[in-house]
Design a protein around this ligand. Structure first.
Ligand SMILES: NC(=O)c1ccc[n+]([C@@H]2O[C@H](COP(=O)([O-])OP(=O)(O)OC[C@H]3O[C@@H](n4cnc5c(N)ncnc54)[C@H](OP(=O)(O)O)[C@@H]3O)[C@@H](O)[C@H]2O)c1
Length: 294
């Protein structure tokens, strides 16, 4: 992964805390470590494969939180932890006061473009009003507001569907579980995980006064999922499943999957690319999927 911290007049990170070292948080932590930056991700439980590198246990359900001593010297924080089942931020109340005592120069919060609600396929950007329709997106907006209210230098990154190594349609095509669903006019936006990491590194070294409070990180090509599935099948040289009209799926689709299909919008990353000067590594799913081939 060639994700380097850009040159900048802003001070380099001293110690980075990654609240939620999952898929995106883990790759962000790995990229920083390659740069020689001290970084500490959190997990609820010890990773299945023991991690020789430092990490912290953070398990709100079990009442386990890092202490002030654990967090000493933290200069940059990334939050990847989503709202819990009750729609509350699982860590803000407990960790917010601790973070306010630290010399935090940048606090990144990973959110979702779901906060813009259903737009009938229209483009949204950072100036679009947030009209979250789904309960989980309304919860997300409340979490964004909660983190903003801490008064730390917060940047919210709103993300569409995340894909990358291990998160492509390749496995479902290979094992025959892929569904080729058609819903007229429906598109999805997406982003490669390494472009999230690249955009975070790009933004965190910018001077605080030049950082927009909210940034959408998305590729340039929202499109139907049938298009991306078709391209994935082409790359694998395998057959596509038969097309199923969305309306014929009935209860075959889980409530979560149905909620994704209930909203239709195109997320614009023009601010990130044209005003902040970030160059996407994977401007479309085509380069992104090719890079994910084993
Ligand atoms: N996946 C998508 O397509 C997508 C799209 C838009 C926005 N997002 C949002 O972007 C963020 C990053 O996504 P991701 O796919 O990288 O997430 P992920 O792989 O699921 O990682 C989430 C991390 O948060 C931690 N976590 C989750 N619930 C927690 C809780 N109640 N208490 C403490 N820690 C908790 C997990 O801990 P463990 O390490 O212990 O599991 C994990 O480290 C999330 O907020 C997600 O909702 C995702």
């Amino acid at each position: 992964m060639d994700l380097a911290l850009p040159c900048s007049s802003a001070p380099s990170p001293g110690r980075v805390l990654v609240l939620g070292g999952g898929y995106t948080g883990g790759r962000f932590a790995a990229a920083l470590r390659l740069q020689g930056v001290s970084v500490c991700p959190t997990h609820r439980q010890p990773p299945a494969t023991p991690d020789p590198l430092p990490w912290l246990r953070l398990d709100p359900a079990a009442g386990v939180y890092p202490t002030t001593a654990d967090l000493a010297g933290t200069t940059h924080v990334l939050v990847t932890i989503p709202p819990d089942g009750a729609g509350r931020d699982p860590v803000l109340d407990q960790l917010g006061p601790l973070l306010r005592q630290l010399p935090v120069q940048w606090l990144g919060y990973l959110s979702t473009t779901g906060v813009y609600g259903d737009r009938g396929g229209a483009w949204v950007d950072e100036t679009s009003p947030t009209v979250a329709g789904l309960g989980r997106s309304q919860a997300r907006l409340r979490c964004e507001e909660g983190w903003r209210a801490l008064g730390l230098p917060l940047q919210v990154f709103r993300l569409p569907a995340i894909y990358g190594p291990g998160r492509t349609p390749f496995d479902s095509l290979r094992n025959g579980t892929a569904r080729l669903i058609h819903k007229s006019g429906q598109v999805f936006s997406r982003v490669h995980v390494d472009d999230i990491v690249g955009a975070l590194l790009h933004c965190l070294v910018q001077p605080a006064s030049e950082r927009p409070p909210t940034v959408i990180v998305a590729d340039t090509t929202p499109c139907p999922s049938s298009e991306t599935l078709g391209y994935a099948a082409h790359l694998l040289g395998c057959k596509l499943p038969d097309v199923v009209p969305y309306d014929a799926l009935g209860s075959e689709l889980s409530p979560m999957a149905r909620s994704f299909w209930s909203e239709n919008r195109r997320a614009s990353s023009r601010l990130l690319r044209e005003e902040l000067g970030y160059r996407l590594r994977y401007p479309t799913y085509r380069e992104g999927y090719r890079a994910c081939l084993p």
